[in-house]
Design a protein around this ligand. Structure first.
Ligand code: BES
Ligand code: ZN
Length: 412
């Protein structure tokens, strides 16, 4: 992004950010207090030179391996790094947050997990559940998704450290509970995080036959606007990511309306704190890894309602995902979503929570709303509203259908 477009972007961010609305990242303002916590971040090694010259003595390079580096800085440095990555590397975030050096080192050395998550085959990818899928798909309703997007984007923000970020999670939990009313095999719980107030939300539909096999569909529930003062910024996050959370909520509604009782365990997740380094999903995925859970498929829905590409309805991200599962999703589209076009692209970095699952050795996919070059430019601003999608959720409905077919086919 050049300076002019950066200025335009920043000018759209709202009054709370006017102090830094005109310039490059001002690193002279980064003055960590002596009692501030050390934080460890993994970043792509190509960003090191720039990080080093900007952070000066507030940055320590701990380790570099396979094109990835661990840097140590202070907590308040995260916002500056995030801003720097966006401006200089055109990556929205492009780093992963770690509470301590051990976690960061695990991330650096888990090439084996990543290789497994990319290439191993975790499930039977035959498509043979036509009877069930063809009954369910016509029930997906864009109007339901739209009203959920409107509700979620009406919170001032869903920031991981804001009260409104907790309230929006309470809303999702209540909505999911309401949809599951009367089902003793379904629970909806908070997954609490020790370092910040916003919880993740997890719905579990216990499998009746093979409950130890787990199928997961998730998205991030938090939102952010600008780089500084996140807890008070206006961050409707309609596309990023009220859309994905609402696509997921519609999957739940359709399954519950049909009293769908799975063979395997199906979980729906709304992660906290994605926008600040995939922090919520990282804790959830690590806990699954530590518990030795048998996760056979993970779908991430992050941004589903902006149709940026003329040629494509759904774009599978190839990085930090499982190749065979991606192909399976393509086949599902060809089988069930007639007239929809799909293709491949890549984020170029661990752009969303699928990367957390991937790094822990689980098979993940990230079907996305457009190609990267045609992405929604309003994300992370006060202007990420449903109006960008002409006030409808017709694009997001395609992703609900894909997710319904994904869980039913994997659940055979
Ligand atoms: N939804 C975005 C990721 C995204 C943006 C994917 C544009 C494809 C196109 C996600 O919420 C996000 O903003 N992720 C962070 C990364 C994270 C490590 C902080 C980002 O890209 O800045
Ligand atoms: Zn985002």
């Amino acid at each position: 992004m050049n300076k002019l477009s950066m200025m335009l972007l920043v000018m759209t961010l709202g009054s709370g950010l006017s102090a830094q609305a005109h310039e490059d990242v001002d690193f002279s303002k980064f003055q960590p207090k002596s009692n501030e916590k050390d934080v460890f971040l993994t970043i792509d090694a190509d960003a090191l030179t720039s990080a080093k010259s900007n952070f000066k003595n507030n940055l320590e390079i701990m380790e570099v391996r396979d094109g990835l580096a661990i840097i140590k800085t202070k907590e308040s440095g995260v916002e500056f790094l995030s801003h720097m990555m966006h401006e200089e590397f055109h990556r929205c975030g492009g780093f992963m947050f770690h509470d301590n050096i051990d976690e960061a080192t695990t991330e650096l050395f888990n090439a084996d997990n990543r290789a497994l998550a990319s290439k191993a085959i975790f499930a039977n990818y035959t498509i043979d559940q036509q009877d069930t899928v063809e009954k369910l798909l016509p029930q997906v309703q864009a109007s339901e998704i739209e009203s959920s997007i409107r509700k979620l984007s009406s919170f001032k923000n869903r920031y991981y450290q804001a009260d409104t970020g907790v309230q929006s999670q309470e809303w999702i939990k209540q909505r999911w509970l309401e949809l599951a009313a009367g089902r003793s095999d379904v629970k909806v719980e908070f997954f609490d995080h020790a370092s910040w107030k916003q919880p993740s939300v997890i719905m579990t539909i216990e499998g009746a036959v093979n409950p130890e096999e787990v199928i997961i569909v998730g998205g991030h529930a938090d939102s952010i606007s600008g780089y500084f003062g996140g807890a008070s910024a206006t961050a409707p996050g309609a596309d990023d990511n009220a859309s994905g959370m609402s696509s997921i909520t519609e999957v739940i509604r359709v399954l519950m309306q049909n009293s769908y009782r799975p063979n395997k365990t199906i979980q729906f997740m709304g992660y906290a704190a994605e926008e600040v380094g995939l922090r919520g999903s990282k804790e959830v995925a690590a806990s699954y890894k530590n518990a030795g859970k048998n996760v056979i498929g993970v779908m991430q829905l992050d941004m589903t309602n902006f149709k940026g590409s003329d040629e494509f309805d759904i774009v599978m991200m190839t990085d930090f995902t499982n190749a065979d599962q991606n192909e399976f999703l393509g086949k599902i589209i060809d089988e069930y979503l007639e007239g929809l076009n799909w293709g491949y692209d890549k984020c170029g970095y661990g752009c969303s929570d699928h990367a957390s699952w991937h790094s822990n050795g689980f098979p993940a996919s990230m079907p996305f709303e457009a190609r990267m070059k045609e992405m929604n430019k309003k994300i992370h601003t006060a202007n990420d509203t449903i109006e960008i999608s002409r006030g409808t959720a017709s694009h997001a409905a395609k992703f609900s259908k894909l997710a319904v077919a994904f869980v039913v086919e994997l659940d055979r």
